[in-house]
Design a protein around this ligand. Structure first.
Ligand SMILES: NC(=O)c1ccc[n+]([C@@H]2O[C@H](COP(=O)([O-])OP(=O)(O)OC[C@H]3O[C@@H](n4cnc5c(N)ncnc54)[C@H](O)[C@@H]3O)[C@@H](O)[C@H]2O)c1
Length: 321
């Protein structure tokens, strides 16, 4: 297939690029490198894969034209403004990138007659404080940030393009994704933050009691979901799937998992110091999503449990992966 990956130089996008190029697909990356990096795609570039990169803003005419001229069989739209705090401080910027940018890519895909469009949405930020645990796809929207709203608004455009223009459009609502290459500057990247601090010999800062929960899903499992969403897109219309583990994991569980992984790597665990800081205002207490729809319709299941995912992540800091 010919595939466009927006945000292909980012954390999740670069793993999608690796998987597509490894199976022989031709890939065009559209990325402005605002949070992505050349290092993330160095392996794919040097592998001799059929890969091109256009440095551009996803809202621009350059991005639109590059997508149309490439005539892809599938678009994987991962580029986004991902910072929840920034979305609160500057909701116009957030909506510009996440809503207008997505519409720009949907329009380009329509003009290019591209049959498949896969979008990276969010479970946690759309469901907000949940009524039920784990949250299914039809859980009410309780978005508590402009980021959650902009992701949900983009989904409505996908629904429209799927229904009106006869395309297959799929929204994947990720839970908290972690793994190699995650940028520790990202707010949700607690695993990346802890990993960097651990390797630097610094204390791990836990806000509040550390009993707030998230659904941590390993990036390799997310890539499998992304690829199977495109491969199964044989009918026009809109679909939405949660991509998470359904396992509620506290921040203190992550700390414990890191101790185990650190020991498995023959590192002394007495270097791990945890310090508690005051609870952050407005932080969501519990978040976990139900992936049973993705399992029953596409046969997807998470394969990597937290301990082995944490070990893979920590080991990546000592290798080139
Ligand atoms: N990481 C998670 O836990 C998580 C959870 C839910 C949803 N998501 C979604 O998954 C997608 C990928 O997230 P990630 O964690 O890999 O983040 P990331 O920041 O590593 O990747 C985003 C990529 O998009 C690029 N980008 C950002 N703004 C752009 C713009 N205006 N024009 C062109 N390129 C731009 C960045 O340079 C980067 O390469 C995002 O859409 C995000 O909202 C991530």
């Amino acid at each position: 297939m010919k595939c466009v990956v927006t945000g292909g130089a980012g954390f999740i996008g670069s793993h999608v690029v690796d998987a597509l190029t490894a199976r022989g697909d031709s890939v065009l990356i559209l990325d402005d490198f605002s949070t992505g990096s050349e290092g993330n795609i160095a392996g794919a570039k040097s592998s001799g894969a059929n890969l091109d990169v256009v440095r551009c803003d996803l809202c621009s005419k350059d991005a639109f034209d590059a997508l149309v001229n490439f005539k892809p069989d599938a678009v994987f739209h991962l580029a986004a403004q991902i910072n929840v705090r920034k979305s609160v401080e500057d909701p116009v910027f957030d909506a510009d990138k996440n809503v207008c940018g997505t519409v720009n890519m949907l329009e380009a895909a329509r003009v290019a007659d591209c049959p498949r469009f896969v979008f990276s949405s969010t479970g946690g930020a759309i469901y907000g404080e949940q009524d039920v645990f784990p949250a299914p796809e039809d859980h009410p929207v309780h978005a508590e940030s402009p980021y959650g709203i902009s992701k949900r608004a983009a989904e409505l455009y996908l629904e429209y393009y799927g229904r009106v223009f006869g395309r297959s459009t799929t929204s994947l609502r990720f839970s908290n994704v972690y793994g190699p290459r995650q940028n520790p500057k990202g707010e949700a990247g607690v695993v990346a933050i802890f990993s960097e601090r651990l390797i630097a010999g610094e204390a791990l800062t836990v806000f509040g009691d550390g009993m707030q929960t998230r659904d941590f899903v390993f990036v390799g499992d997310v890539v499998n979901a992304v690829l199977s969403a495109a491969d199964s897109a044989d009918k026009p219309g809109f679909r939405v799937f949660n991509v998470g583990t359904g396992v509620e994991t506290s921040v203190m569980d992550v700390v414990a998992g890191m101790r185990t992984a650190w020991k498995a790597m023959d590192k002394a665990d007495d270097g791990i110091v945890v310090e508690h800081a005051p609870e952050r205002q407005g932080e969501q207490r519990r978040s976990v999503i139900d992936h049973s729809k993705l399992t029953s319709e596409l046969g997807w299941r998470p394969k990597v449990n937290l301990e082995s995912g944490l070990e893979k992540t920590l080991r990546s800091y000592f290798s080139d992966s």
